[in-house]
Write a protein that binds this ligand. Structure first.
Ligand code: MN
Length: 376
């Protein structure tokens, strides 16, 4: 009479619920960060955003702030450049994110700790003033440049965004999800989702970690707000830059090199937007766009979908390093994007702007041609 349990199951029984079992987060790294943060209970933390604030670094900073608050650590998000890209402005404004723009009056004294997110570089305009403070953490997804002297380091070159790493910490700390009833948590989830989308071409280049993060964050994301923030309209000034870039373009097989002239710093974020736009040109897989920002710095962006070009290696090889500061002019991730900034220094004082521009163009062209292995 040995009937199996299956066979005796009543026919009218409802089919079993399909249990969606999300991949459990690997909690190892969060356990380490947790231990680190708990050692600094009650301290004040300066979270430094190097370079231009973008969705991935802003949202990672917010997540860090949120996680650190569990340990009564008060965090200030400090940046050195104004948020210029209209999409990033919308993010900061609509989510009411408090980013502090550094100036000389900023008092560093109350801070015991500092940390970095989503950056390769740890040199900042205040590096010498951070001495004596504890470098508590460094979390990033760009190519590792060398040893990082932080108490906690998490560098994952194979993931698409720093936000996904922070979402893993959140998944470990709050396995039942964030709370959609809490405005702060909705803001955090929405910002993280935007950061993830922004660094992965709206998930086209996402890794498993981004999808797991998205599944975790989704119940708490304000999607209508996300749509508004991600609105891809182009500022008129960016359109003008595209026009200039098209006029100046030089095409070498699948590579495109161009420049957009003099750019004011508040429009600097137009440069990567131009590069992204030109990458859509059929037959082109790599684009380098540069301009002179505020008359002082040659600033460029590289975008690629080539299988053979690593933006990080390419930019370091092409433009080399500043021998005094001992840091590379450019860098990026291994997959699809990078940027560079080369100060014009003393020569920027010339009244002959055309000559200055021609000189900068000449050098960039030369180095680019050399890096792609062509000699004109
Ligand atoms: Mn990033």
């Amino acid at each position: 009479m040995a009937e199996t349990a299956e066979a005796v199951r009543p026919a009218q029984e409802e089919p079993p619920l399909r249990i969606i079992n999300p991949q459990q987060a690997d909690g190892t790294k969060w356990a380490q960060l947790r231990t680190t943060l708990s050692r600094h209970q009650g301290d004040k933390l300066l979270l430094i955003l190097t370079g231009y604030p973008d969705p991935d670094n802003i949202a990672s900073g917010l997540a860090h702030q949120f996680l650190a608050s569990e340990f009564e650590i008060e965090t200030t998000l400090l940046c050195f450049h104004e948020v210029s890209h209209q999409e990033n402005r919308a993010l900061v404004k609509r989510l009411e994110i408090n980013l502090v723009l550094y100036d000389e009056t900023f008092d560093l004294e109350p801070y015991d700790l500092y940390a970095f997110v989503d950056t390769q570089k740890t040199d900042t305009p205040i590096s010498d003033r951070l001495e004596g403070k504890t470098f508590v953490s460094f979390v990033d997804h760009h190519k590792r440049l060398g040893d990082v002297a932080a108490e906690f380091v998490d560098i994952r070159e194979d993931v698409g965004s720093t936000c996904a790493i922070y979402a893993e910490y959140l998944r470990t700390q709050y396995p039942h999800g964030l709370n959609p009833g809490e405005t702060d948590q909705v803001r955090l989830a929405t910002a993280l989702m935007h950061g993830i989308r922004s660094d992965t071409m709206a998930l086209l280049e996402a890794t498993r970690l981004e999808f797991e993060a998205a599944a975790y964050l989704w119940p708490c994301v304000d999607q209508s707000l996300l749509k508004k923030i991600a609105d891809q309209s182009l500022a008129p000034v960016v359109m003008d830059m595209i026009q200039k870039a098209l006029e100046n373009k030089q095409v070498f097989d699948s590579l495109l090199l161009t420049d957009v002239g003099f750019v004011r710093s508040e429009h600097r974020d137009g440069i990567p937007q131009v590069a992204e736009f030109l990458l859509r040109r059929d037959g082109t897989d790599t684009v380098l766009v540069f301009g002179i920002v505020d008359g002082k710095t040659v600033d460029g962006s590289l975008r690629t979908r080539s299988d053979t070009i690593s933006p990080d290696m390419f930019l370091k090889k092409a433009f080399g390093a500043d021998e005094y500061k001992k840091s590379y002019y450019g860098g990026g991730n291994i997959k699809n994007k990078g940027g560079f900034q080369i100060p014009l220094g003393f020569l920027a004082q010339t009244a002959d702007r055309d000559a200055l521009y021609a000189m900068a163009c000449g050098v960039i062209h030369e180095r680019f041609i050399e890096a792609i292995g062509r000699k004109e």
